[in-house]
Every structure is written in C-alpha cells, then in structure tokens.
Ligand binder design. Structure first.
Ligand SMILES: Nc1ncnc2c1ncn2[C@@H]1O[C@H](COP(=O)(O)OP(=O)(O)OP(=O)(O)O)[C@@H](O)[C@H]1O
Length: 308
C-alpha cells in the first residue's frame, strides 16, 4: 500500500487575471508532520483552502489516499480533518457537550470515539467544564479533537499556534507529534513561525509567491548544521585589512557591522584564520560563533530579511 497520504499535482489558482498559486507539486506521507511555511501572502491559506475543498482548483488535482478531490470529492474529503478558520465552539457548553454536538452530525460516531479523541488531545480533566473557561491552547486542542472525530488520515491546521503562549505552543506540539506517531495521521501545519516548525515537523515545504521553492527534512537541516558551516563574529582591527585577508588568504567573503566582522566557515578553519590575522598584525579582540538555524536558511532561501 502506498505511503502517500496527499499528493498535489500541478495545483494552480487564479483569481481574476492573477495567478496566485503557480503549479504546486508535492506529496505528504502518512505519519509525518509537514510544515508548510512562507512569508505572509505567499499562498499558504489559498493552498490549504484547496486541499480541504473550500476552494476550487483552477488547474491540477489533489489526490487524497489516491482519490481525486475533483472527480471523487466525497471519498477524498472524508479522509481530511481540518481547522482552517477558528473552530466554532459554544462557550456556554462544556467541552464534552460541544464534541457531542458535532459527533451527532456525523453518521456512525460513537461515544467511545468521542472519549478516544479527548484522550488523544489530553483534555480528559477539563472536558466537563464550560469552554468559556478554557485557555486558548485548550480550545485549540478541542478543535483538533473535533477535527479528528471521523478518524481522518490527514489533519490540516492553518496557523495552529497563532496567539498561543509558549506553554500552549508546547502542548500543541506534543499532541501533534503524538498523533502522527501513534495514529499514523499525516499532519499538515501552516505557519510563518519557523522556530516552532523546527521542533514540530519532520519535513518542511517553503512557499513563496505561489511557488514551492524548497522541501527539506528538518533532521537533515540539523545534521547539516552540526557538520558544516557556522556563522562567525569577530571583533578585529583594522577591519578593512581583515576583510581583505579573509578574501585573499581564505577565499571567504565577509561583512562588517561596526567593529564586528561577520562571515561563514567551517569550525576547523577558525584557528587558521586567527593565526593569519596575527601574522598580518590584525588585532583579534573576540571570537564568537553560532550555528545557522533553520530560520537563517529560510531567509537565505526566500532572499528576504523579514517575513512580515
Ligand atoms: N480573494 C482574493 N482575491 C484576490 N487576491 C487574493 C484573494 N485571496 C488571496 N489573494 C492573494 O493571494 C496571495 C496569497 O494569499 P494567501 O492568503 O493564500 O497567503 P498566505 O501565505 O496564507 O498569507 P498569510 O500568512 O498572510 O495568511 C496574496 O497575495 C493575496 O493578496
């Protein structure tokens, strides 16, 4: 049996004369948490709205467990659970009453299934309390529980951590990871907060101007970081001469910010660089280094310094 949960095939969307989504082709696999990230206006929400059947495709197709969203909508969409806009919950009802209210609208959902999803998102304790008393994180988890009622193979969450405090984010992260691992659900999360994606996802897809510009596993990025290039900050004087030495002796391009020299290299090269500075009578006052985070890579990829 195929391990692909969802496959996008040259998905395009035009609104008026403008093409907003310009041919997305990628797959999402069972049991993985896939982060869909990009700057504001990149096309994340539009793509997600097409994935969940809230918007028609202008071109291409989305296959969900092999079923075409265009030609076999019912069978395709039955496998999808999603929170795209804020989940509608009644604050004057308890968590349990809210879930039962939705469960009654879906044929074949038992009370046992309701109990099961409550356990999955860790809301056993407060489930008999009114939702009006819930924290934002608890409401999000109740929303996820609701989206899971019909046992979908794919869970799609648009900006699930929006507005949550760090503790709330940690909770959501924990339950999302558990869902993928224990239920083999493919989870798709859109976000512009990369630091969270790094901890929550197995793989990320970066979208910019309606195009997928990269996909990569988060594991790979981390491994690459530890083995490869690091960012170096050095306080040196005179600055211009240091930049020249880096270029002529080490073939490295550097930038200067005030008295700090900035460049990237392998860790092993640093002693050699310091030695050559000393030989050229360049004073070295301080050396700092840091690994480049996924966020740096993201900015490198999209070629911008800000995502707002
Ligand atoms: N109904 C519409 N009519 C015209 N343009 C639209 C419409 N909906 C979205 N767009 C445009 O399509 C582009 C993608 O928007 P979309 O909301 O999908 O991006 P996004 O990545 O989800 O951004 P954000 O993080 O801000 O939600 C934007 O440039 C937006 O202005």
């Amino acid at each position: 049996m195929s391990n692909v949960a969802m496959e996008l095939q040259d998905v395009r969307k035009s609104i008026g004369k403008k093409e907003i989504i310009k041919g997305l082709t990628f797959s999402i696999y069972k049991g993985e948490v896939f982060g869909f990230i990009g700057p504001n206006g990149a096309g994340k929400t539009t793509t997600i709205r097409m994935m969940v059947g809230l918007m028609e495709l202008s071109h291409g197709d989305v296959l969900i467990l092999g079923n075409s969203i265009k030609h076999d909508f019912k069978n395709a969409i039955r496998e999808v659970g999603a929170i795209v806009e804020n989940p509608e919950m009644y604050p004057f009802m308890t968590g349990w009453q809210n879930l039962m209210h939705y469960a009654r609208m879906i044929p074949g959902i038992s009370k046992e299934r309701v109990q099961e999803v409550i356990k999955l998102v860790g809301l056993e304790k407060p489930i008999k309390e009114k939702v009006g008393k819930y924290s934002l994180g608890m409401r999000q988890r109740l929303g996820i529980a609701q989206a899971l009622l019909h046992s979908p193979s794919i869970l799609i969450l648009d900006e699930p951590t929006n507005g949550l405090d760090p503790a709330g984010i940690r909770e959501i992260r924990q339950y999302i990871r558990r869902l993928a691992a224990e239920e083999n659900v493919a989870v798709i999360i859109s976000s512009h907060l990369l630091s969270e994606i790094e901890l929550m996802c197995d793989r990320i897809g970066i979208i910019k101007n309606g195009e997928l510009i990269a996909t990569q596993t988060v594991q790979d990025t981390n491994t690459a970081e530890t083995q490869d290039i690091i960012q170096v900050q050095m306080q040196v004087s005179p600055m211009k001469q240091a930049v020249d030495v880096l270029k002529t002796d080490h073939a490295l391009e550097a930038k200067s910010e005030g008295e700090t020299l900035l460049f990237q290299t392998e860790k092993e090269k640093i002693p050699e660089i310091v030695r050559s500075f000393v030989q050229h009578e360049i004073a070295v006052y301080q050396v700092n280094s840091s690994k480049s985070s996924l966020e740096d890579k993201f900015f490198d990829l999209i070629g911008e310094n800000t995502i707002e």
